[in-house]
Every structure is written in C-alpha cells, then in structure tokens.
Ligand binder design. Structure first.
Ligand SMILES: Nc1nc2c(ncn2[C@@H]2O[C@H](COP(=O)(O)OP(=O)(O)OP(=O)(O)O)[C@@H](O)[C@H]2O)c(=O)[nH]1
Ligand SMILES: [Mg+2]
Length: 150
C-alpha cells in the first residue's frame, strides 16, 4: 500500500492549500466537495468534521492512511474538534496550525484547541503567504514513504 495521509479540519482551515503547497502545485481556491484522493493525500470537505453525522466518513478514510494531519486555523476563535477526538482514530495524528501569517492569528489558542482534541505537541505552523512550515511536513511525508517501502 502506498503511503497516504488524511487531512482533517474545519471548513476553510486550509487543507487543500496545504496539500497544494506540499506537492508544489499551484495554490488555487476551490471548495472541496467530497473525499478527494490524490497520490499521497486524502482531502475532505471541512463539513465532515463540523457536522458530527459525517464523522464516520473520516473514520472510514482513516483506515486507508498511515497518518492523519489535523489542521486548526490560527484565526478561528473556535474549534470543531470534540474533546479527545484524536482517540477515535487508531492512527498517529499530527497537529498543524495554519494561517500563522494573518494579524489575528492566535497561536496560543490554536495550540489549546489541538491539545483539547487529544493531539500532542509539537504542532507544525504553516502559512501559504510566507511559505513557512512546509519543509518539515515534506520530510515527514517522505519519511513515511521510506517506512512503507522497507
Ligand atoms: N492568509 C492565509 N490564507 C490561507 C492559508 N491557508 C489557506 N488560506 C486561505 O483560506 C481559504 C480556504 O483554504 P482551503 O485550503 O480551500 O481550505 P480547506 O480546508 O480545503 O476548506 P474546505 O475544502 O472548504 O474544507 C482560501 O482562501 C485560502 O487561500 C494561509 O496559510 N494563510
Ligand atoms: Mg478543501
């Protein structure tokens, strides 16, 4: 099985942009409407996290991946992750704080939300504007690929 990573996060958290940055694709805005499988990532609409009756779709998708990346928009004054949500997945889960370039980004609050979701630090911080934070994620993705081919 090829390495796959499931991206989860609320609507507009930056899942699709993150995937495009990591894959060196052109970053263009288009709302994700359904589960979207590409070579490495499974991207999904933020509704699957925001609307609890869709949780089962995320849980099903998690069975097909080696790791989950959970995004939190640094500018959002609320979280969509229920307490200890990470524990429903039987896979490693990494926290990523997005949009750290924006003036209203609140890293402390985003860190609290991810921790509340049961995800452990360190959390990655990313920005599509300053392009910060993607190299460690690419390395992480490549390390997973390496483990897979062993
Ligand atoms: N300033 C800034 N804007 C960002 C960043 N990442 C994403 N955005 C913007 O946030 C908006 C939503 O980004 P998407 O990547 O489409 O978000 P998504 O999580 O895929 O959203 P859904 O598909 O609706 O679930 C777009 O207008 C992006 O340009 C970032 O790091 N900084
Ligand atoms: Mg999307």
């Amino acid at each position: 099985m090829r390495t796959k990573i499931l991206l989860i996060g609320g609507i507009g958290a930056g899942k699709t942009s993150l995937k495009q940055m990591i894959m060196n694709e052109q970053v263009s805005y288009r709302k994700t409407q359904m589960l979207d499988y590409s070579q490495v990532f499974i991207d999904c609409p933020g509704e699957y996290l925001e609307i609890p009756r869709y949780y089962h779709v995320l849980i099903d998708a998690s069975h097909q991946v080696s790791e989950i990346w959970a995004l939190q928009d640094a500018t959002k004054p609320r979280t969509f992750y229920p307490p200890k949500f990470a524990k429903v997945f039987n896979k490693p889960i990494m926290g990523i704080i997005t949009k750290v370039d924006l003036p209203n980004a609140n890293l402390e609050q985003a860190t609290k939300y991810l921790t509340y979701a049961g995800i452990t630090e360190p959390f990655f911080q990313t920005s599509i504007l300053t392009r910060q934070g993607y190299d460690p994620l690419r390395m992480r993705m490549e390390a997973l690929n390496g483990q897979q081919s062993d």
